[in-house]
Structures are given as C-alpha cells and as structure tokens.
Design a protein around this ligand. Structure first.
Ligand code: ATP
Ligand code: MG
Length: 512
C-alpha cells in the first residue's frame, strides 16, 4: 500500500541503480542512484529546517536534473511542490508567492536579492538558490545532509503539488493535486501508452507544468526508462537524439519546428515507438505532414492542470471502443480508463453523441480544488460531482472526443453560438494559410462578432477579402467573421497556447 508518490516511482527504478537514468545535452550522466541520493539529501535539508508536511516549497528555477531532484525531494518529504514558470518577472512571482504562502522558496542565484525580499515579506522562512550549473545554496547545504531518507507516509489524499494554470483565459489559478491524483494518472498512462523498461524518452519540455513534469517525468520514472534531457527545445538536439530514442512528447509548435528541418526523415525515426502531442490543438496539417515525413502517426491527448490527462488517442487496439486503434487527427481520442467524460448543456444535462457542449469529467486524477478559492472550486463542480473543464467539445459515434474551443472563447453573435475552432479549421484549409485565430469582439448590433487573424505561410500572398469570400462558400452567414486581418504571428504563452485574451484586448475597439 503506497502512501507517497515518490515511493511508488522509486519502486519502479531498475534493479541496477548504476545505470544511466538521465543523460543531458550538456554531457552529464545521472544514474538512478544519483536521483535517489540527491533527492534524499535535499529532502533531509528541507526537513532539518523544520518544514512540516503540507507546507509549500515554491521553485522558480531553470530546468536541470537538480531541479527535478528538488521536486522528488519535496514529494518524499511530504511537502507541496509549487513550480513557477521561469518567465515570470518579479511582480508575478510576488503574486504567486503571496498566494501560495510557502515555507521555502528556491530561485536562481541571479535573482536572489529581489526574490528573497519579496519571499520573506510574504512569510517564507527560507530562500535557497539553485543555478542550472549546480551552483547555489540549496545543493551546498544539501551536500552536508544524510543521503538516505524514507518517504514520508503522508497518504494518497495528501497534497503533492499546486500547479498554477497557464493563464490562457485569465489569471492563473492554483490547482491542488494529491499524491493519489498523480499516481493514478501515471499508472493509467503507463498502461495505455505501453511504456516499456527499454523505452528512452526525449525530454525537452519545461518542468513547471503538467506536461513536462508529470506526464513526461512520471511516465519515464514509473517505467524505469532513461531520459535524454535538454533544458530547452532545440531541433538539432532532438534530431541527434531521435535514432537513440523511442518516445517523444511535445506541444504542437515543437512538431512544426521539427518539420522545418530537412533532416527529419523516416530513417531518423526508425527506433521511435511513439510521438505524443498535447497542451494545445495540433493542426491537421502538422499531423499529416508528420505522417508523410516520418511514417509515424502522432498520438494526440488532452488534459489540464486541474485533472492531469483525461483523454488519449489509442496507442494500440482499445477493447472498450471496438478494438479501434486509429489515431485520428483533429480529435483528442477516448476517455482514459477510469476517467469519465461527458458533454453537457448549460444546465449540466448530458447531451447525445454528436452535440456540442461543455466537457465535464470525473475520475481519480481530478484535483482537490483550487488553492484558497473555495468559491471558484464550488462553481466549477456540478451538483453530482462532475468538474467543468471549461472546454467545449463533442463525441462522434465511434467514441472520439473533438474539442472545438473553450467556453470563454465562444462567440455569441446575434444570438447564435459560433465555435472559433470551426471557423479556424475552415480558414486553415485555404491555400497559403499557416494558421489562424478567431476571436469575439463587442459589436453594437450583434453583441459580439468574430474577427479572424490569419498567419500566411512563408511568402504566400493573402488577401483578407478573398479569405472572407472563400468562407462564405463554406460556412453559414452568422459564422463569418466581420473582419479579417493578416498578421505575422499569433501571441503564444510558453506552452504554445494562443493567448486569445491578448488578441481580444487588441481588437476590442474594432466596431465600437
Ligand atoms: P487557464 O486555465 O489559466 O486559462 P490553461 O487552461 O491554458 O490556462 P492549462 O491547465 O495548462 O492552462 O491547460 C489546459 C488546457 O489546455 C485545456 O483546458 C485545453 O483547453 C488545452 N488543451 C490541452 N490539451 C489539448 C489538446 N490536445 N487540444 C486542444 N486543447 C488542449
Ligand atoms: Mg484552464
């Protein structure tokens, strides 16, 4: 009976702890023993300072294997890990530190002055530094600590981590995830994606979000599989590693950047078993180009900070869905085993197959609520315990879920619902279009109308009027954006998500 996620991960380490667990792009080799000992020493350091179970440790540090050890140390010590996006400036860090009220904060050495001041002001008792090159006080202090530590038997209901959401639709919220949430999801993915001990994962995602920290890291650790580890995504490094690897995880922008490399070939991907995409919608174009270039079909999955992974395209025949094994581009696949997903109307009533509505979920990985936002938590759960994801989608008759947008991005134009994803899909199919975003802006007659921002393919001449004319051939009149503009790029956050709130702000005064 497992009472600490770390203990479960540790139990899956290979028998030979001197094998390489992580190889970095900077030429470092860490063994499984290094992970075990390093995280034990950091846990001992934190506990020696009197940190108590349930207290938070905020970390805003560059990606490194030591940063991963810090995460594992916090788990095994029974503390709560709160990673922050490294791009946040001081003012944002201040907001999160005040919100999380951590006992300890770990920051990069260069920012110690400012971050320690704001952390102490917010009540933190310790501020450590950790540099990407193993510099800083955290490791200096931990070096004097014992290298053994028994994971705290906190129980599966204990908080393991607070993940701040990406802030795509507004201010980030802290999602409280328990040891049990994380372990349940890691185990489900282990089975569903067919993880094997001889897998080798290319890890190039940041480790301050669900995708890089939980889906990728837990996947590899729980299968005792080594990782090839780069602090930042660089297509050249990935191309160099592909012949030695079996699994790759990326956000859609990573796939399009790899496609821009002529050296991406089927031969280079010969040892690969699985390419996984998520965090943002994967364009059909990327999906098919990837198939043509590499012979591999990207497996797209869907999840969020509040729930970890919810749905996945099949890796192999899924007996629950008539043994289908087709990974369908444009869909996010089937509910994972143990996860219930339903489409509901505005009154939380389940809708039939084929109808568009709010995606609601239930299952062992659904979070314990928003940190210190009980009202918000209550508002996002239905009376019968389903979590409202805020995403809008539909099931097809074969059981695949397709997302059509977020409820906050829904455009209500003259009383009609317009799903931006449908309009974007139509625009993206036009020649010369690389991608697009459709947003709703205020309009005196219609309440709201759509504005389409379109990014051309390199060198392709695009005419906004021609785009609108083409759309009129394909879509009902109320779905046609009232304005179309050609833009060089779309604003994205670090997870590759288009920031529609930024666009709405920019185009707000178009008609008023
Ligand atoms: P915030 O909640 O702060 O506005 P966010 O929802 O972007 O930000 P995350 O929890 O990091 O923060 O992201 C979860 C969201 O990402 C999902 O609700 C969904 O909208 C989107 N997403 C994840 N995977 C996919 C996918 N495969 N296709 C489309 N959207 C996806
Ligand atoms: Mg969200």
């Amino acid at each position: 009976d497992v009472r600490n996620l770390y203990a479960a991960l540790r139990a899956a380490f290979p028998a030979d702890l001197d094998r390489t667990a992580i190889e970095t792009d900077t030429g470092l080799h860490y063994t499984w023993r290094d992970l075990e000992r390093g995280s034990a020493m950091i846990a001992q350091e934190l506990l020696s300072r009197g940190l108590q179970p349930g207290e938070r440790v905020v970390a805003q540090v560059d990606k490194s294997v030591e940063a991963l050890m810090l995460y594992l140390a916090v788990l095994r010590a029974g503390l709560v890990y709160v990673p922050l996006n490294t791009a946040y400036p001081d003012a944002e860090v201040e907001y999160f530190v005040r919100d999380a009220e951590p006992a300890a904060v770990v920051c990069v050495p260069q920012r110690f002055g400012r971050i320690s001041a704001l952390a102490f002001a917010a009540g933190a008792r310790f501020v450590y530094t950790l540099g990407a090159d193993r510099s800083g006080t955290l490791l200096q202090r931990a070096a004097h600590r014992p290298d053994q530590h028994d994971p705290a038997p906190v129980g599966l209901d204990a908080l393991a981590s607070i993940i701040y959401t990406s802030g795509t639709t507004g201010r980030s919220k802290g999602a409280m995830l328990t040891h049990g949430n994380l372990l349940a999801n890691a185990r489900v993915l282990h089975g569903y994606w067919g993880w094997r001990p001889d897998d080798v994962l290319i890890h190039v995602l940041p480790i301050f979000h669900v995708h890089g920290l939980f889906v990728a890291v837990h996947g590899a650790l729980l299968s005792g599989s080594p990782m090839l580890w780069a602090a930042k995504f660089d297509p050249t490094t990935v191309l160099r590693w592909l012949p030695r690897a079996t699994v790759f995880m990326g956000v859609p922008t990573l796939y399009s950047r790899l496609l821009a490399e002529p050296e991406l070939t089927a031969q280079r991907c010969a040892s690969m078993r699985l390419f996984i995409s998520g965090s943002a919608p994967l364009l059909i174009d990327t999906f098919t180009q990837w198939q043509q270039r590499t012979g591999h079909t990207i497996l797209e999955r869907y999840g969020m900070s509040e729930t970890i992974m919810l749905t996945s395209n099949p890796y192999r025949p899924d007996p629950r869905f008539g043994h289908q094994d087709e990974r369908r581009g444009g869909t996010v696949g089937f509910p994972l085993p143990g996860v219930e997903v339903r489409i509901a109307d505005a009154h939380d009533q389940p809708l039939p197959v084929g109808e568009v509505g709010g995606v609601q979920v239930r299952g062992p990985s659904v979070f314990a609520g928003y940190w210190r936002m009980p009202d918000k938590t209550r508002a996002e759960f239905t009376a019968d315990g389903w979590f409202r994801t805020g995403d809008v989608g539909l099931f097809d008759t074969r059981g695949y879920l397709t997302l059509v947008g977020r409820s906050k991005d829904l455009i209500i134009s003259g009383g009609y619902n317009v799903y931006p994803a449908e309009v974007e899909g139509a625009i993206n199919e036009l020649p010369g279009v690389a991608e697009s975003a459709v947003i709703g802006v205020p309009h005196p007659d219609f309440g709201e109308v759509g504005v389409a921002l379109v990014v051309p393919r390199a060198g392709a001449p695009l005419d906004p009027e021609a785009i609108l004319a083409a759309l009129r051939q394909r879509l009902a009149n109320y779905k046609i954006p009232k304005r179309c503009a050609i833009v060089a790029e779309l604003p994205r956050n670090t997870m590759g998500k288009v920031q529609k709130n930024v666009l709405r702000q920019q185009w707000r005064d178009t008609f008023i």
